[in-house]
Design a protein around this ligand. Structure first.
Ligand code: HSE
Length: 436
């Protein structure tokens, strides 16, 4: 059988990695796919730029449309990123009857519903394993390996840059900005690094995971997102003292009132395996009713790890090229006519525990005032530490861990505490999950 011809859009880190992995493992890959796989055409903004890969037998162009419209090509691999040109090219490729493989989390999270509908209409596949957690085959694991389960919740470290920053702050006491600059130079950070530190990148990925877990449409705009830029080294140290680690988690959970979708810094018990996922590594913990908790760990970014997922998708598409499109694995795991309209829970209704840190005046009655406010809204304190003053005795840091409470009540309590004269500045609040 003739090799399948593939067109590549984007020749950056992941594009270069994809070419390298396909070349390096060509024989084994074709044994798996049942056909050879050849990248014959590629588009890049600057075709003369030095690359990490050999492009000698690939026809290069600066015009992605030429690749997408080429009738010889059966699969288009979109590695442009963002949701402008990439969106246009993916829809065009689908309209041309081509299968698409993409690593673009923003594109799938924001336009996936439209893209999958177009793909269904044309009977083509859109594969996006590389969009979430780089090299970890989490989409395949959830969509196929866990198909027997009712998924209860998932929690993931799904942004390597953020995890690298938190790890370096904890282990080496390094400064936030300095670690971010290093992540950028290593090629892990997004083009706009605020996507990493403010949780937008993780929210894109969580949106995709939640849809696959619960069979709901992609709803990026309804994912609560809070970044790590406000986390200080002292919070990291206090959390450790209390037996917790701060991780930037994406959490999706089926709860009574609807589905929680949230990305925020989270205290988790230091003994959990996921609390020990350090540096740029990613991990996703998924709890299914039949299997219990399962943990998927690996490189969440980088040329070869992301290429591993891209090439696996190309192999999948190649395998089913001649099969009945109605029998493909559905994009969001559930059949498109069985997607549910389960409500997304507003953040105010989420129930969780909290780490609170506040700077308080050190005199009698202050603690009583704070605990009275907490008690009035039904918040119970689990642990508390007070540290000696750093400003000559005027104020002291007070750290509290609370039992679970609905977020709206915690918001009310924090607002009242911040009004106390004895409180200096704002109350730092980090949500806490036992992941038990
Ligand atoms: N900026 C992302 C990260 C790259 O740091 O995880 C992979 O999506």
């Amino acid at each position: 059988m003739n090799p399948v011809k593939v067109g590549l859009l984007g020749l950056g880190t992941v594009g270069g990695g994809t070419i390298n992995v396909l070349r390096r493992n060509a024989e084994e890959i074709s044994r798996r796919a049942g056909r050879g796989i050849m990248i014959t055409h590629a588009a890049a903004r600057d075709i003369n730029k030095p690359r990490i890969c050999d492009t000698t037998d690939i026809l290069l162009t600066t015009n992605p449309q030429e690749v997408v419209d080429n009738p010889e090509l059966e699969i288009i691999v979109e590695l442009i990123g963002g949701d402008g040109l990439a969106h246009e090219m993916v829809l065009r490729a689908i309209a041309n009857g081509k299968h698409v493989v993409t690593a673009n989390k923003a594109l799938i999270a924001k336009h996936g519903n439209e893209i999958f509908a177009a793909a269904k209409e044309k009977g083509v596949m859109v594969a996006f394993e590389a969009a979430v957690a780089g090299g970890i085959p989490i989409i395949k694991a959830m969509r196929e390996g866990l198909a027997a389960n009712r998924i209860e919740w998932l929690a993931g470290i799904i942004n390597g840059t953020g995890n690298f920053i938190l790890t370096e702050m904890r282990d080496k006491g390094r400064d936030f900005a300095e670690v971010l600059a290093e992540a950028q130079s290593l090629g892990y950070a997004e083009a706009d690094p605020t996507f990493d530190v403010e949780g937008i990148d993780a929210a894109h990925k969580l949106t995709i995971l939640a849809s696959i877990a619960f069979g709901i449409p992609l709803q990026f705009e309804r994912t609560f997102t809070e970044g790590i830029s406000q986390i200080t080294r002292e919070d990291v140290v206090y959390a450790e003292e209390l037996g917790y680690r701060i991780k930037h988690l994406g959490i999706a959970r089926r709860s009574v009132g609807g589905i929680e979708m949230r990305v925020h810094p989270t205290l988790i018990p230091a003994r959990r395996l996921i609390a020990n996922v350090d540096g740029v590594m990613n991990a996703v913990l998924v709890r299914g009713d039949a299997v219990g908790p399962t943990l998927y760990y690996g490189a969440g970014a980088g040329a070869d790890p992301t290429a591993s997922a891209v090439v696996a998708d190309i192999v999948d598409v190649t395998r089913v090229l001649t099969s009945d499109p109605e029998n493909h694995v559905p994009h969001l795991a559930f059949q498109s006519d069985a997607i549910a309209d389960t409500p997304i829970l507003p953040m105010d209704e989420v129930i969780t525990s909290y780490y609170l840190r506040m700077q308080v005046q050190d005199h009698p009655g202050v603690l009583a005032d704070i605990t009275r406010i907490l008690a009035e809204v039904g918040i119970s304190v689990e642990a508390m530490i007070q540290r000696p003053s750093l400003d000559g005795g005027y104020t002291v840091p007070l750290i509290m861990l609370t039992h679970q409470i609905v977020e709206a009540k915690m918001n009310k309590a924090i607002a009242q505490i911040e009004e106390l004269k004895a409180i200096q500045g704002q109350v730092v609040r980090i949500r806490m999950e036992t992941l038990g």
